[in-house]
Design a protein around this ligand. Structure first.
Ligand code: B12
Ligand code: SF4
Length: 477
């Protein structure tokens, strides 16, 4: 069958305004994984990335009209909801026989509601969808029944039906390396503060996270790893075929399995990849130590990102972060000692928090002194424990377009505000947090001494402009 996978344009709120300039253009790995798997199994799948390729709805319409597709698969993160729906509607207007399938975090976490709310969606895929999609195509070809396809929600005779959940694929090596020739790799680059050298491309080496943070859409999803040789093969491909100078490893908790991290670093060094690329990764502060970080640095790791979230033990306990302020401080201290750049993800306005708590969070960010800090306004995404709890209280919006948790300035309406807090107060605190964090003499001097080439200077100028554009940043009164 012929399938078009579409990544909708991030054409709302923050992304429309500042995101286009300083935000990321990230390879749509989710769609590439599925498309590659289908192509390997004798289907013909293409990928259209409306954001990166600048494809307008009219251009997409022409593509679908002329492409003779049997199915259109659309990626649906919560903030992409409306754009994804518009693409399903458009497809049905062009030809009602084309099957529309949505997948990604939003339908995974809200499967029945997603299909019930929108008639132009034929099927929603729940969870990882490589195997599901292949089965689905068999069903569309009449080889099996839709009700026997695990991991989907579909509509039949006016009824919405959810099938048995699909078990997670344990051996990730069974999936082919995503075929990046399906997209225009030259269009992709991370956000300005996320790289040192370009081309910088993204990959994942594990799936899932066993931790239970109440705000997180990937909480309690287990943990599976690609083998070390498979990771090396993909890294080599990025270097040799696409000229990557940097790799962004976007696993949720890269260092969860300490021995595997060490083995991977050893293999990177053995292959000489550490001489060709640098890389960064995301993990938890309690999952690193001096020996591990030293090994990672030797293997080319230049940056580590940690979810810190709150600046008091009470706050981080309240979201079940399962770590301590001491462990966090230690991880940042070690990274600086070893020479690994750090990024701290902080959250403002958590449930039950006060303005004073948030000020302590901002002060804690300064204390641990990462190279980059992101202060995001806490947002309960559907499917998370936090969402379920806040919906009971009754103050969460169902306007999915407003679910944008950018670490820059939030200027659009917030979908939710913690009890006793106001949206204006939290937005103002966010401005204060960013400005008071970055416009410290120590940070400015550090950034200036780090400028050793023009692109870095350019990205700092862009970053400073973005910060300066963000309102008064007067801070707490
Ligand atoms: C890389 C990344 C990004 C990148 C690229 C996103 C992209 N366009 O793909 C960038 C930096 C741009 C980004 C932005 C945001 N992200 Co993000 N991101 C990720 C991250 C770390 C990895 C995604 C990835 O590539 N995974 C690897 C692939 C293979 O897995 P996958 O995406 O889950 O895909 C599988 C299934 O979901 C399914 N599937 C996915 N899409 C589709 C489509 C179809 C048609 C089908 C059938 C199936 C299907 O099949 C795939 C293969 O098995 C995830 C965390 C995570 N671990 O997934 C967060 C995550 C997806 N992001 C999240 C969020 C909240 C955001 C932002 C809203 C944050 C913000 N700053 O505002 C923005 C949204 C931007 C926007 N307007 O869409 C949440 C999503 C929550 C939600 N309910 O939508 C996640 C889950 C993080 C989290 N733990 O909470 N993100
Ligand atoms: S926030 Fe990080 S550690 Fe917590 S559940 Fe999500 S991915 Fe895991």
């Amino acid at each position: 069958m012929k399938i078009l996978f579409v990544m909708p344009s991030m054409d709302n709120g923050y992304w429309k305004k500042l995101g286009k300039k300083v935000g990321p253009k990230s390879e749509p790995l989710s769609l590439l994984y599925i498309a590659t798997y289908l192509n390997q199994n004798n289907h013909k799948a293409e990928v259209a990335d409306c954001e990166a390729e600048g494809i307008s709805l009219t251009e997409l319409e022409n593509k679908i009209r002329n492409g003779k597709y049997d199915c259109v698969g659309v990626a649906m993160l919560t903030p992409l909801y409306t754009q994804a729906i518009n693409i399903c509607k458009l497809t049905k207007q062009i030809n009602s026989k084309i099957k529309t399938i949505v997948g990604g975090s939003h339908p995974t976490l809200r499967p029945l509601g997603t299909v019930e709310d929108e008639e132009s969606i034929d099927v929603a895929a729940v969870g990882e969808a490589e195997l599901t999609f292949l089965d689905l195509l068999d069903a569309f070809e009449g080889k099996k029944e839709l009700k026997d396809v695990e991991g989907i929600v579909f509509r039949e005779k006016g009824k919405v039906i959810q099938t048995k959940a699909r078990e997670k694929l344990q051996n990730l090596d069974k999936l082919p390396i995503p075929d990046r020739s399906l997209i225009k790799m030259e269009l992709y680059r991370p956000s300005v503060s996320y790289y040192r050298r370009l081309p910088a491309y993204t990959m994942i080496t594990t799936r899932g996270c066993p931790y239970r943070c109440t705000f997180c859409a990937t909480a309690k999803t287990g943990y599976r790893m690609n083998s070390v040789p498979r990771v090396i093969e993909e890294m080599k491909m990025l270097v040799e075929k696409y000229g990557a100078k940097e790799i962004l490893i976007r696993d949720d908790t890269f260092t969860l399995n300490r021995q595997r991290t060490i083995d991977l670093c050893d293999a990177i060094i053995k292959e000489g990849l550490n001489k060709k690329i640098s890389w960064d990764a995301i993990s938890r502060a309690n999952l690193v130590d001096e020996e591990l970080l030293t090994k990672m640095k030797e293997a080319g790791c230049w940056g580590m990102h940690f979810g810190v979230e709150g600046g008091t033990q009470k706050l981080i306990d309240s979201i079940k972060k399962d770590t301590t302020l001491e462990a966090i401080e230690k991880a940042f201290r070690l990274c600086r000692k070893i020479g690994i750049n750090t990024r701290a993800y902080m959250m403002l306005g958590m449930p039950g928090s006060t303005k004073e708590d948030d000020i302590k969070t901002i002060e804690f960010a300064k204390k641990i002194d990462p190279d980059w800090a992101q202060f995001t306004i806490c947002t309960p995404y559907p499917g998370t424990q936090m969402y379920d709890e806040q919906v009971k209280i009754g103050n969460v919006s169902n306007d999915w377009d407003t679910f944008q948790t950018w670490g820059g300035f939030s200027e659009t309406d917030l979908p939710w505000v913690a009890d006793g807090r106001s949206s204006d107060e939290i937005k103002e605190l966010q401005r204060y947090a960013l400005k008071s964090f970055y416009f410290r003499p120590k940070v400015i001097v550090r950034k200036m001494t780090n400028i050793d080439n023009l692109p870095i200077l350019k990205k700092y100028v862009l970053g400073a402009m973005a910060l300066a554009a963000g309102g008064s940043g007067r801070g707490p009164e």
